[in-house]
Design a protein around this ligand. Sequence first.
Ligand code: AMP
Length: 398
Amino acid sequence: MKILVVNAGSSSLKYQLLNMENEEVIAKGNCDRIGIGGHVSAKTGDGRALEADCDFPTHTEAFEKLVEVLTTGETKVIDSMAEISAVGHRIVQGAEVFKETCLVTDEVIDKIDSLAELAPVHNHPHALALRACKKVLPEGTPQAVVFDTAFHSNMPRKAYLFGLPYEDYENYAVRKYGFHGTSHRFVSAELAKVLGKDLKDLKIVSCHLGNGSSITAVKDGISVDTSMGFTPLDGLVMGTRCGAVDPSAITFVMKKHGFTPDEMTDYMNKKSGFLGVSGISSDNRDIQAAADKGNERAQAVSELLTYQIKKYIGSYAAAMNGVDAILFTGGIGENSPEVRAAVLSDMDFLGIELDAAANNVRGKLTKISTDASKVACYVVPTNEELLIARDTLALISK
Ligand code: AMP
């Protein structure tokens, strides 16, 4: 059985085709630059590849190209789309409407689109891709939607409510939603498996650290708190996002620069974070290299990031009345021994003891704490596409 996973952005359509018998990737790629030109990059599991410029006025043409690269030419892996049992889509914002994975209907697409105000960069493109996919797929191919927010949908009120007038929650749905839920759900379940325990018996702090970063407190298998908020801007300092800032500083900076709300949103999302603080780059590798050479602002970024992660771990240990395990995932979490070591140093008050030799690892499921450590610390590679495919398979098998 083959499942296609689609992750649509405003100008891109990333995909993976998975064989669910062995969960291997048959093909993957990206139809990019939608609306501003068009480019396809496609790879097959057996090493064939294609890069080509195209013309993608809308998501429909991008989806047609996706079908073409899967079914014809150099990167052909299937004879026709009829071989695909279902399509699973990653959706960023489900708000309080979608609390779990569901099958796609016209009503579901309209609802996802109607949530665009809460996720302007993501939900409308998701709806465009869902409609394009429906047009291009053989009649009757089931589609499922898997929401980034769903894993956080059982957070208690004390974790999701803001100290704004309650009417803003009631009238405008202003609250913490949390994101990266698919990743946090995948890696916490993987960790429970490795520990040989039921997820329901564990208190885990899950650190997804990448270009976008979030930390989640997972207690008894439920996300009880998470660092991203109303949008994926809250919480940790990120590649180009500022993370949590005193709200008064925002209005102050807006006045100083004469920014409109949209300009300020852009400033906080695209010009801040590692890039804004360092003035060098949004990429952790560049920051690390510059910090090693003595660049003070790059060093400030590393300090900010690791200090903030440390504080989240401490606060989530308090929120859960303990922590059994801490896991690191995402580009930085999986690949930066330096960040992990800085985060886990001086944490002996929690009984954390890092195994420095084991921590010298990249991208591999690894225990990085000593056997004596009271908290098990792990690197757990994430795989959101696989979880979306598994969810889709479970739904169509029902
Ligand atoms: P992601 O958004 O999960 O793809 O993560 C991207 C981030 O991971 C970027 O900041 C990269 O610099 C960082 N990253 C990737 N590989 C490494 C590495 N080997 N060492 C340190 N950081 C890395």
